[in-house]
Design a protein around this ligand. Structure first.
Ligand code: MF3
Ligand code: CO
Length: 258
């Protein structure tokens, strides 16, 4: 069952999403060689409590941190560590969620640390672009897999691969609600999109092969070939006037999309 959210509920989700977007902007300002992912987690927690919100991920299925920080070949759910010090040329995925007044927001982006290679930059750009290709299809009357297909098509045409093991999701009064939103599949399948649906769309894109492994910590997903991976996520609402991005940041990583 997919819950259709009222305007008042979407306003609450939007409040949480605005906090997530602002915290991601603040975290990006701290990204530089020498910073540890542990430091970033601590900053995210401090900013969240200042907003009187709660981290959405901490304790979720036993996840022990507030932030997911996935460096280079890490795909998602990278665990913050005092030993993971960022270095020049890394890329880092920052995935963050909060809950306020019972409603959730969730978003992610991947950013460069210092100077990165052209290949790394291109992977990040294509991953951000494919997210917007998916969001463009989040229109009332389309079907769910129109989003999925648009993402896969955009990515594979550019020689990258789509991770299958993790998918986007409905979001609202829980972090993960129905429906699942895969980043691959044929067009024209699944439920018809309706105003009031709120979705977290989150493509994870690999430079090499699509396969992933889970590390011994039981959380960190890495590419099996240990090549780079990037991740972008927005929480969006389907409305009568098209999709609205609820987690829009003020500082955009690329300038392609206003
Ligand atoms: N954005 C990710 C997701 O929706 C982050 C979840 S991390 C977890 O799955 F720890 F909460 F699982
Ligand atoms: Co998510």
């Amino acid at each position: 069952m997919i819950i259709l959210r009222s305007r008042a509920e979407i306003e609450k989700i939007k409040t949480s999403c605005a906090i997530v977007a602002e915290i991601l902007d603040r975290l990006v300002e701290h990204i530089r060689p020498g910073v540890t992912t542990w430091d970033l987690n601590a900053i995210s927690e401090e900013l969240t409590s200042k907003k009187h919100a709660k981290p959405a991920f901490k304790g979720y299925h036993g996840y022990p941190f507030s932030l997911c920080a996935s460096v280079n070949e890490e795909v998602v759910h990278g665990m913050p560590s005092k030993h993971r010090r960022l270095k020049d040329g890394d890329i880092i995925g920052l995935d963050y969620g909060v809950v306020l007044d019972g409603y959730y927001g969730d978003a992610a982006l991947t950013v460069p640390v210092g100077e990165i290679s052209r290949d790394a930059a291109s992977l990040c750009t294509v991953t951000e672009e494919c997210l917007y290709e998916g969001i463009r299809k989040a229109v009332s009357g389309n079907r769910l897999s129109d989003i999925s297909h648009a993402i896969q098509d955009y990515v594979e045409k550019r020689g990258y691969s789509v991770v299958r093991e993790f998918v986007g999701h409905g979001i609202g009064q829980h972090l993960h609600e129905s429906p699942q939103v895969p980043n691959y599949g044929p067009p024209g399948k699944g439920v018809r999109l309706k105003p009031g649906m709120v979705l977290a769309i989150e493509p994870m894109i690999n430079a090499g092969a699509a396969e992933v492994d889970i590390l011994e910590d039981q959380w960190t997903a890495v590419t099996r070939d240990r090549k780079l991976s990037a991740h972008f996520e927005h929480t969006i609402a389907v409305t009568d006037n098209g999709p609205i991005i609820l987690t829009r940041r003020k500082n955009l990583f690329t300038k392609l999309y206003g």
